[in-house]
Design a protein around this ligand. Sequence first.
Ligand code: ADP
Length: 177
Amino acid sequence: MTDVRVECVKGNIAAQPDIDAVVNAANAELLPGGGVAGAIHSAAGPGLAEECRALAPIRPGQAVISSAHNLPNRHVIHCLGPVYGVDEPADRLLADCYRNALLLADRSGLESVAFPAISTGVFGYPLDEAASVAMRAVAEALSSLGSVRLIRFVLFSDQDLVEFREALAHEPGLSGQ
Ligand code: ADP
């Protein structure tokens, strides 16, 4: 599918009201924590953690879907990224997160998905490498997508935004979007 738009913006993953599903950079137990998980759970309210209890634990690379509770979206897709230097092979596990999240969104008939930079916070994945892995995984998943039409990366800082935009521009199959 070539009519999927991929974009990078600076912002807060918990404040993307025009998106069907936001992706949580989750922990294995799907509990509220810091960073992305903290922002998503505090905006969603305690019902999200309650629903997540039945879905946990998840493995690195896995993705599961829940409702969005008080978030302005339809769903949250929870991904467990690899801890850099611990969960190996890190690049394959990180790519699995993006692919599995996109396939889950697509199977649920969703049109738009927003990702944070999974694993690049407390899990320590170097941002430039993570950006390349993310863009390659998205490029490889495009041909499998039927309903997803918009993939947004939401970056927390100007520097992170620059890195992801560069990776997008350099990924064959995604550049020129
Ligand atoms: P992980 O445990 O997978 O490393 P983190 O939540 O610690 O996940 O961080 C992942 C990335 O998301 C980091 O680059 C961090 O700066 C960024 N981040 C933290 N909070 C938010 C937020 N509210 N919206 C978007 N990105 C965020």
